[in-house]
Structure formats: structure tokens, C-alpha cells
Design a protein around this ligand. Sequence first.
Ligand SMILES: Nc1ncnc2c1ncn2[C@@H]1O[C@H](COP(=O)(O)OP(=O)(O)OP(=O)(O)O)[C@@H](O)[C@H]1O
Length: 410
Amino acid sequence: MIEAVGLTKRYGDKTAVYNLSFQVRPGAVTGFLGPNGSGKSTTMRMILGLDEPTAGHVTVGGYPFRKLPNAPRQVGALLDAKAVHGGRSARQHLLCLAQLSGIPARRVDEVLGVVGLQNVARKRSKGFSLGMGQRLGIAAALLGDPQVLLFDEPVNGLDPEGILWVRNLMKQLASEGRTVFVSSHLMSEMALTADQLIVIGRGQLLADMSVKDFISYNSADFARVRTPDGEPQQREKLTAALSEAGGQVLPEQDGALRITGLPLPRISELAHTADVRLWELSPHQASLEEAYMRMTQGAVDYRSTADQRAGLQQPPGAGAPQGGAYGYAPGAPGVPGQQPGPYPPGTVMPGYAEPPAPPQGAAPPHGAPAQGGAPAQPPAAPPVQPPAAPAQPPAAAPADLSKRDNEDAR
Ligand SMILES: Nc1ncnc2c1ncn2[C@@H]1O[C@H](COP(=O)(O)OP(=O)(O)OP(=O)(O)O)[C@@H](O)[C@H]1O
């Protein structure tokens, strides 16, 4: 088991991870989700003893990593698939790692077979594709046949077949009773791979729950309603009637309305009573990716000025979640501007709070007004239709161990 308690990491005036507490249990795949720069790699590096926490602690099997007896046999990790000497073959690379850890050479051929690189094992790794590099990194993680495995973005660069293979491998490793901790940007991928989810934003815990609970609490239904084009007064009349009846009404980009908090038959009745004709009244379900983006939107560091995710925010004054057949999808717990969701008891929901400023008069942390008084967060854009879940993984490089080497340079 991996256990983090009050884990905090500051790099100068930058708070990368703040007061993070969680447990990663054996026998399950635990997904570690968060936007770019949210602190996933930093957390993984602290678990592996590569970075020293500023406060708090993290243990693997009850020991801090550096005190773990025979660590390479107990913990395997893929942090940076590019951290390979390009002049060496895959086999030579693994042999070196095996020798350093007292692992017999035959295990190298075993893991090469497991990851499907046996036919290119003697080729120089500098000619490897991103996907082959990921496979080699996974082979290195498996080398010591460890009970605890950490994978930072393992599907990065893999084709659909490779993604399926990683998914099945993670599940198999967990079914053997191992602790499998895997980071990703993609909720949709984690929904298929993980049993448990730990979601962070700006280094802080946003959710710690089973995937099953995440799905049941976030796959809320909504209705789309469309009034005749070119008759805006009909749309306004309907908006007023639905809002008065307790529904939340958000305009969609194509002119339709997104209604939560009211069942379909009630919407139909209200439209009839208000004498509004409907061109569309249809049931929909929010995607998990959308729920995840809503949960993390207040904690996104890097956002295009044209990013429509800002439109996932509820308009000011939107009511609390309603029950019913088309209840509102719960917002991010504790995220400013969001409604807390009805999460099950025992779910860790500390809420997003600005970490206190680092000592010694350093610059304010994330989200705090910058020195000139400008807000660190872009202002919320008017509500627009949320974008469809991205079909491709965001083009992010895998977490980079060289970050550590560059620490002084930063
Ligand atoms: N060595 C370092 N020195 C200074 N700042 C750092 C260092 N390592 C990470 N950071 C900062 O800490 C924050 C968290 O970074 P981290 O790489 O842990 O996030 P991440 O969730 O893994 O991001 P990504 O998904 O983009 O890999 C970022 O703002 C990053 O710039």
C-alpha cells in the first residue's frame, strides 16, 4: 500500500503539491487524475524518494521509499520513458538495470516478451517510436516483479492496440494482488482501466472514490429543449417558466437550452402551459469527461484564451442540485463557483483552498492575485456549450525525470 499524509512540495515560491493525503491499496488499479501541472509527477517522485517533501510524508508498505529494503524488487515505476541511453539496445538497457538490482538476466527476456519487444530487443533504443519507448519503460518497471507499480501516463504515444494492452496489463497486475497507481489526463481512459480514482487539481485533493461511485454521481441526466428558430421571445418565455419551476437553464451554442433539475414530462407540461412550441425535447447524459473537466476546471493552470471549458461553469446564482429524473450533475466539491455533489459518506472531499503563502515573503501561490493585482485565473467566460470529450489524448510529454535534474536551473 502507498500512503501519503499531508504531502506538500514547494519549489521556491511554487506550491506544486499541497496537503495531499490518500491511500493506494493493493489488488486494484488506482487512477491518478489531474490537469497539466497539477502535481501528479511531483507526487510520484516523492513516493519514489526522488523528491523530498517540504511537509508531510509518504510511505510504501509502511516505509519511506529510501528506507525500503530491496526497493527495486518491491517497487517498479515508469516515470519517463525517454530516460534511456539511446545507444543501448532494449536488452542492454534492461540488463544494466537488472545487474544494478541483482535481478537475474533471464528475467530481462521474460519482461521483453511480456511487453512484446522480443523481436527488437537487440536494436538501439534511439530508433524506437514513442510507443516502443513506453513499452520499454513498462518492461523496466516490471523487471523486479514488484508488488507496487507506478506508471506516469503509460498510454502516452500508444496506438489503440497498445492502449488496450496497457489497460489489460494494469488490470492483470492488480488482479495478482499488486498495488497499481497510474496517472492520466484522461477520465475516459481511467473509467475503463481503474477501480479507484484520486483526482487532484493544483496539488490538492479533489476526489478520492471508486470509479463506480464517480460514474453514478457524475453521469447525471439533462434535457435539451429547442424552441422555433427566429422566435427568441418563445425561448425567453420558456426559460422564465422553467427557471421559476426550479430548473437550471443553460443556453447551448446552437440555440437550444440545456435543462437540469426537471424531468422531461414536467418540461413538456411547463412549455404547454406557457404556450411555447417545442422543436426538440430530448434526454441526454453528461459524459464522464465532462464531469471530470467540471471538477478540475477551477484548477487548470494552462488554458487557451479560446478554451470553451470555462463555459462549463454554472452561471452566477444557479440553484442547488435538484433531484428527479433529470437531476443536475454535481459540480466539483469545494471548487469555487461549483455546487458540492452528493458524494457518498467516506469520500475525501477537502475542497479546493488556496495553499498558504510559502514562508519568507515569497510570491503568492497559485490563483492568488499576482503582485500587480491581476487575477491569476482568467475570468469566467459566459456559458457556452461544453465541448465534446477529446477524441485524442492531449499531446503531453510523459512526466520527466530530467525535471529533477533541472531543478537548480529553474
Ligand atoms: N523541479 C521543479 N522546479 C520547479 N517547479 C516544478 C518542478 N517540478 C515541477 N514543478 C512545478 O510544479 C507543478 C506541478 O508539476 P508536475 O509535473 O508535478 O505536474 P503534473 O500534474 O505531472 O503535470 P503534467 O500532467 O503536465 O505532467 C507545475 O507547476 C510545475 O511547473
